[in-house]
Design a protein around this ligand. Structure first.
Ligand code: MN
Length: 128
């Protein structure tokens, strides 16, 4: 079974890049363009992993994470923060906020396959 990844990202260029890469790697990708849409699609779609942009229109990625964690059906799904802010402080803040991992933008495409496998493994599910 193919792992399903939900990508929440409001920037069309970033979204296309990550979707194309994940599709190439064989993952089933769903996209959301806002935090609200991301929460809704996570609830209805049951992804294996969520990649969450932090800066979003409407609710931000941290608030979207908080809402996901209140839902018993999906609270175990790993959620990874994605942000252009690469400061150590921000990485630590994302961890404190409860994210399962952190990806800096621009994404390191060469490193992404291993990173995605690692994040999926945190959910205890299949990694292929
Ligand atoms: Mn954004």
């Amino acid at each position: 079974m193919t792992a399903r990844i939900l990508v929440v990202e409001d920037n069309a260029v970033n979204l296309k890049l990550i979707r194309d890469v994940l599709n190439f790697l064989g993952y089933q990708v769903t996209v959301a363009h806002s935090g609200e849409e991301g929460v809704e699609l996570a609830r209805t779609g049951g992804p294996d992993l969520v990649l969450m942009d932090l800066q979003l229109p409407g609710i931000d990625g941290t608030e979207a994470l908080r809402q996901l964690r209140t839902d018993p059906k999906i609270r175990h799904v790993p959620v990874v923060a994605v942000t252009a802010s690469a400061m150590k402080h921000d990485r630590e803040q994302a961890t404190r906020d409860g994210f399962d991992g952190y990806l800096g933008k621009p994404l390191d495409i060469a490193a992404l396959p291993d990173q995605i496998r690692s994040f999926l493994a945190r959910g205890g599910g299949h990694v292929g």
